[in-house]
Write a protein that binds this ligand. Structure first.
Ligand code: FAD
Ligand code: 2HG
Ligand code: ZN
Length: 508
């Protein structure tokens, strides 16, 4: 055992340049060959929608101005982040206000034109791209932070604001946005709400159903549903805002929201630990909860293959330790650095003396904290940098959390190049990633529906955070029974009787 504190990291550290996700996407995309449309490869029957005509385009041009109505170079809007779904939209609309979103949807509903709402297009389940020729409703221009109140901690923001920009604005008055994820440089807060995104701090702040105080959404018929609230407590009638948190653009288009933002923590500590077994991981998690208590803010797991793939692909990353089957990234956020460091040291010393933690690094230096987080953030990108990757975001009981990775390694054998597991251990949320050179039917049939059946047998969830989108719509039944799905369908029909909002997604 040779646990080395701060200095250890300092010796290995280099300055990292933070690359926004889209830079990396462009890199990957440039090596890909011309894809086939998903409507054809997946044999999707086009819904009974009208076809866009010149009069529609003229209407939108008059409404938004010509520059906000795109008909050329739509490849980026038609291609999902994983380059697995390729749509055939002929029109992208970029409204700049709620009133414009309302007018667009009213027209589309009257004409029966299908629409795909799109935020930062970082979604991992094919929900944000058209499947056939749906009109893409890009939220990019609705990007203002309207207000941030230091006293109440409430921020009001337009849906198309990029998460990182929103967080920067909140930090100017000493607040922070309670959600953080690797795609923060590209994803929109409205996309986060629409997917009920999780990220790395759910352990501390809970999910968005708690932090989002109010929502403004435009319904399929153009009606503006104002569910904005400036209070944490509001028990007046049905809590309808929750319908728009996680409904993936199928019930309405989120245009604005109010978010409860915690005050920025004065003390941040991050530990990056090496462990010998998954049993030790679980013991360390229990110990973190017991010893770090109220300051624990994140508890992430990375297995050796996931880490090594990221290190191989991105030479600018430096891992402070190597050679362990498991790594944990544990963060504390608090208000007293001495107190927090003491707690962190005690927690690590206890783990080391029991032989549960083998090695590691802790740091409170902001630059080093960011470097350690960067390693975690690059893991999902390492797996798609030069490969195709099947990505799963499942909830599993903690005792069974990692078994599926071993099961899949065995099952896939040489069909897969990497089978690995990482993710939000603190929330029982595993990211099982299976990569191979190219998508092929043999490995696809080997992993699906097996992964979902396995998850359902353990009473887990087939989507802990990414949602259902297009890729998982056939598997919803593994996590929702027939009665629940039938009520979901009824709700969809009530909100969107013509089915114009994000068709081919979530519900079949
Ligand atoms: P998009 O991808 O554009 O859209 C996602 C869905 O929401 C689509 O169905 C779309 O139609 C709908 N939508 C978007 N905006 C609106 C709106 N205003 N109104 C109505 N519907 C809308 N996810 C996690 O949960 N946790 C993570 O830790 C995480 N890490 C990631 C790391 C990387 C590197 C990447 C690439 C993705 C990650 N994701 C993660 C997935 C993704 O970033 C999230 O799902 C994110 O919330 C999507 O936001 P977006 O703005 O890109 O939405
Ligand atoms: C993460 O936690 C994301 O990094 C992405 O949810 C997971 O790509 C994945 O499988
Ligand atoms: Zn995740």
């Amino acid at each position: 055992m040779n646990f080395q504190p701060l200095l250890h990291l300092r010796r290995h550290a280099t300055t990292l340049k933070l690359k926004p996700v889209h830079t990396l996407r462009t890199l990957v995309r440039s090596v890909a060959s011309k894809p086939q449309l998903t409507q054809i490869t997946d044999n999707v029957q086009r819904g009974n929608y009208s076809t866009l005509n010149e009069k529609d385009v003229a209407y939108f041009e008059q409404l938004l101005g010509k520059s906000q109505v795109l008909t050329d170079d739509l490849e980026g809007y038609n291609t999902c982040f994983l380059k697995r779904i390729y749509g055939n939209s002929k029109l992208v609309l970029k409204p700049g206000s709620t009133a414009e979103v309302s007018a667009i949807l009213r027209h589309c509903n009257e004409r029966k034109l299908a629409v795909c709402p799109q935020g930062g297009n970082t979604g991992l389940v094919g929900g944000s791209v058209p499947i056939c020729d749906e009109i893409v409703l890009s939220m990019q221009r609705l990007n203002k932070v309207i207000s941030v109140d230091e006293v109440t901690g409430i921020a009001v923001v337009e849906a198309g604001c990029i998460l990182e920009n929103f967080d920067q604005r909140a930090r100017e008055v000493g607040l922070t946005v309670p959600i953080d994820l690797g795609a923060k440089a590209s994803c929109h807060i409205g996309g986060n709400v629409s997917t009920n995104a999780g990220g790395v701090r759910v352990v501390r702040y809970g999910n968005l159903h708690g932090s989002v105080l109010g929502v403004e959404a435009v319904l399929a018929n153009g009606q503006v549903l104002d569910l904005m609230s400036d209070f944490k407590k509001d028990n007046t009638g049905y809590h309808m805002k929750h319908l728009f948190i996680g409904s993936e653009g199928t019930l309405g288009v989120v245009t604005k929201l109010a978010m409860l933002c915690p005050h920025t923590s004065k003390a941040v500590n991050v530990a990056f630990l090496g462990l010998n077994s998954f049993e030790d991981v679980l013991k360390t998690f229990v110990s973190a909860k017991r010893n770090l208590g109220e300051i624990l803010s994140s508890c992430e797991l990375i297995d050796e293959r996931a880490l090594n793939t990221a290190l191989d692909q991105f030479k600018f990353l430096n891992s402070p330790i190597s050679g362990y089957p498991f790594y944990m990234l544990i963060e504390t956020l608090g208000s007293n650095s001495m107190h927090d460091e003491e707690k962190m040291n005690e927690f690590i010393q206890e783990g080391m003396s029991k032989g549960e933690i083998q090695d590691g690094t802790i740091t409170a230096e902001p630059g080093k904290v960011q470097e350690l987080w960067k390693i975690r953030e690059m893991v999902p990108l390492g797996l798609i940098e030069k490969s195709f990757c099947f990505k799963y975001d499942i909830s599993l009981p903690l005792r069974d959390f990692y078994n599926i990775v071993n099961v899949m390694r065995e099952r896939c054998g040489p069909l897969a190049t990497v089978v690995c597991g990482y993710g939000h251990l603190g929330d029982s949320n595993l990211h099982l990633n299976i990569s191979c050179e190219k998508f092929n039917d043999k490995i696809y049939k080997c992993v699906e529906p097996f992964v979902y059946e396995y998850t359902a047998k353990l009473k887990g969830s087939i989507s802990a955070e990414h949602g259902i989108g297009f890729l998982k719509k056939d598997y919803l039944k593994y996590s929702k029974n027939a009665v629940a799905i039938s009520w979901m369908r009824d709700m969809k029909n009530m909100f969107d009787p013509n089915g114009i909002l994000n068709p081919y997604k979530m519900l079949n």
